[in-house]
Write a protein that binds this ligand. Sequence first.
Ligand SMILES: Nc1ncnc2c1ncn2[C@@H]1O[C@H](COP(=O)(O)OP(=O)(O)OP(=O)(O)O)[C@@H](O)[C@H]1O
Ligand SMILES: [Mg+2]
Ligand SMILES: [Zn+2]
Length: 508
Amino acid sequence: MTLGRALSVSLVGLTGHLVEVEAQLAGGIPGLSLVGLPDAALSEARDRVRAAVTSCGLDWPSRRITVNLTPAALPKAGSGFDLAIAVATMVGARACPAQSAARTVHLGELGLDGRLRPVRGVLPAVAAAVAAGYPRVVVAAADAPEAALVPGADVVAAVSLAQVLREYGADVAVPGATAVARLEPDRGRDTARGDLSDVVGQHAARHALEVAAAGGHHLLMTGPPGTGKTMLASRLPGLLPDLDDADAVEVTAIHSVAGTFRPGDGLLRRPPFEDPHHTATPAAVIGGGSGLPRPGAASRAHRGVLFMDEAPQFAPRVMQTLRQPLEHGELVLHRAGGTARYPARFQLVMAANPCPCGNAVGKGLDCTCRPVERRRYFARLSGPLLDRVDLQVDVLPVTRLDRRSGPGESTAEVAARVAEARARAARRLAGTGWRSNAEVSGRWLRGPGAPGDTRAVDQGLDRGTLSLRGADRVLRVAWTLADLAGIAAPRDREITRAVSLRTRGQAL
Ligand SMILES: Nc1ncnc2c1ncn2[C@@H]1O[C@H](COP(=O)(O)OP(=O)(O)OP(=O)(O)O)[C@@H](O)[C@H]1O
Ligand SMILES: [Mg+2]
Ligand SMILES: [Zn+2]
């Protein structure tokens, strides 16, 4: 009996685990069996590996081959083990003398023609390999720039199994010229989305957007069609500061697993913006799929903005799935092979028309909807969800006066104020584990250091227009207004303003 070994990595959520691939070749009926909880895609590896080896011009060993993936208890999904299986098998068959393969991590799917194909999740997989003390990784050429983002990784890029086996000393001809992966140039994600100065008028909504950016608050904009709601929402990421190192790695890892990361961009440094369509399924928003589940829009929006345009049109069960991430900042996906956790701490921005026909503004004279239709429309944004949205503003049609008043402030101008306000909040919250006012607990708000004058909040509670949770949310926004004003604590004025930023003045 002969043995060959190679390493690979299995991902469970964003966490990579080292997997040892061991091939035993023995006498008996020729065939290949895979042991160690392989999922369906892994079983197909059998055919791919065999075809890929043959395409290198090497003989497939006519022996009984048992490939063991350990630890056995670890769920293993996907096609990224192909390369390690092929290498371990050929080392075991004595086709190449490579002992170093046993200490090298191999990540890649094989085509039937022997081509090495890129896989999802290379960044977290390589990070896990380096952390486990195995910095040498072989990846598909297209994945090499992503792998190279991991500090300390020793990345070998290959285009084919033949190239890898030849590196290991096998006697194979490497066909043709090696194609080098072409990277798309960095497109500057924020600039593609436009500047705040493009938005005419809408002073109230612009202010709400600035407050949302400064305090990390969720935001609902309600207004008739064509008033700039979508424009405003898409400009929120531009107001947010760059991600710090740890967040950049985490956000990039999510997009790597989702298959939405272009390594030409380098680590993702800007807060992401995700805007699922209102026909999106729950899986599209929260994630799913067999094998290594794909993070959904809510996770891809981690540390950025999740924009639900035409929010009342989303299926109610989609909106309900948002409660878990809004409360816990992560999504737990239960799968046959185990449980995957993806971070999902995003800023929720929703846009809605005031009614199905969209015209229920002011006195609502142009609205053609029946009252019951209007009520039902907004009821689709469930109470508990809306209760988490600190900022709820009306976006009214642009007036002639607005149009003549010239361009408003630019993204850069507002972002500078947001950065200052965030720095103030960060100093105050240092050591609490919270980063922004939106995260702060109600108890802390009501504890020492809380603003003295809360008459506006008390009145709201007395009149029943504010719930206790609502009152906490008003205080959170009031702190953000204080941070933007550069003062030590909110005054009556900030609290009054915070109440008005939370109350939709709808004509319903
Ligand atoms: N305040 C505004 N300033 C500048 N352009 C605007 C403004 N409002 C609307 N527009 C123009 O109208 C187009 C539609 O705007 P936008 O999609 O943001 O409206 P909306 O409020 O989201 O409408 P809907 O409810 O139909 O989705 C924009 O592409 C822009 O050209
Ligand atoms: Mg819109
Ligand atoms: Zn209407």
